[in-house]
Every structure is written in structure tokens, then in C-alpha cells.
Design a binder for this molecule. Sequence first.
Ligand code: GRF
Length: 235
Amino acid sequence: MALPLAVLVSGGGSNLQSIIDRIEEGSLDAEVRLVISNKAGAYGITRARNNGIPTKVMSHKDYASREAFDRDMVAAMREHGVIAPEGAVVMAGFMRIVTPELLDAFPNRVMNIHPALLPSFPGIHGQGDAAEYGVRISGCTVHFVDEKMDNGPIIIQAAVPVQAGEDGDSLGPRILKLEHRILPQALQWLAEERLTVDGRHVHVKVGPKPLAAQPRADSEPSAPALVWPPLEEGF
Ligand code: GRF
């Protein structure tokens, strides 16, 4: 069975789009059953609708607590067949901290994508904070989610060089391109049941396909990125 997914968005949804594209292409064995946004105008919702994916807009402002909001999200996921142990949840630009109401319903099956090399630069301005600090390498991280913001066991990271004088606006798009590769890759590992969590450590079982990063047509040839564990064919 294809991995049943609920994708949570708050904004543009380009990471959602990368999931949809990889599924369509056949490299990601998943089915997006539901897209939830806490923002009515999120373009991610339009992307879902354009692809015939059920959507739900839930404003967190209508709820008395984070727990009550998460309970309703879990109920909506259930209605759409996203249920543990098979189902999983992706926070793809979802600007909310989640609670055990969601996490306990999907143990080790909630992923987040963050635009910096965690544990450096958590929070909503990861790209800009890293550039302003003057780091020479930044990147992105996919990790399992726990109760703390941008915390939880790391699955895969990708690094990009940072030029002196860059800001979040120039760095952000380069990081985003890599986000679009490592998030679907991490999900495919989950779909193939190749991820084991041991405390803070995530082990990726070597798969049937050789571990060999293939450059994608839309990736930047001039900026070879370090991605670890390596991307497999199709990502
Ligand atoms: C991405 O940079 C993601 O890492 C961060 O929010 C942004 C969402 O972008 N958490 P999009 O909505 O997927 O285009």
C-alpha cells in the first residue's frame, strides 16, 4: 500500500508540490490523502485542490488550546484514512508547534522540514539567521518531530555554501531546491520502512537501490551539495 500521508502547510506549499511531483513521477510510493492549512489563503491549499487532493482549512485561532486544535487535525486525518501505524504526517512549512495529541497518534511518523542545518538556527527565519550570523555553510534538515520546536531525531541533511554578504533572500531559494529533494527522499525511506529511531539517532537501512546521488535536471550544477545520507535514484 502506498504510504497514506497528511501534509500540513501554512504557506506556499512548494514542498507539498515536490511530494506531489515525486508521487506522480513514481519515485515516491505515497498518497497524499489530506492537506491541512491553518491559514485560509495558503497557496498550498490551491496546489492541493489543483491536484484533486482533499483539503481542510482550520484556523488555530478558533481553538482554546493547541491540544484541541491537534485533536481535530487527528480526527480529520482519520476521516481521510491517515491512521497509524501505516499513515504519516508531514509538516511542510507548517508554522505551528504540535502537541502529544498529534505525536502520540503517529509515533515516529511525523516529519518536519527546516531551512537550516539543525540544531543551528531553529525558528521561522532559519535562512536569514544563518546568513546574518555569517556561516559559510548552511542547508536544510528533515527530522522527526517532537514537542519542541525544530527538535527531534534528524533523518537527512543537505548543505549549501554561503557567500559572504548573502542574506536570507539570496540563500533561501538555493536551500529550498534541496528541501524539494531531501523531503521526498526521507518519505520514501519511511514508505519502504527503512528508518529506525534509536534515541536521537535515525538509521537508514541500505536499500535495494544503490546509494548514488543522481543530479536532477532542475538542480544547480554549479553548486554541488553535500547530502547525507546520499540521495538515491529519482530524488
Ligand atoms: C520551507 O523553507 C520550509 O523549510 C519551512 O517553511 C518553508 C515552506 O515553504 N519550514 P513551502 O510552503 O513548502 O514553499
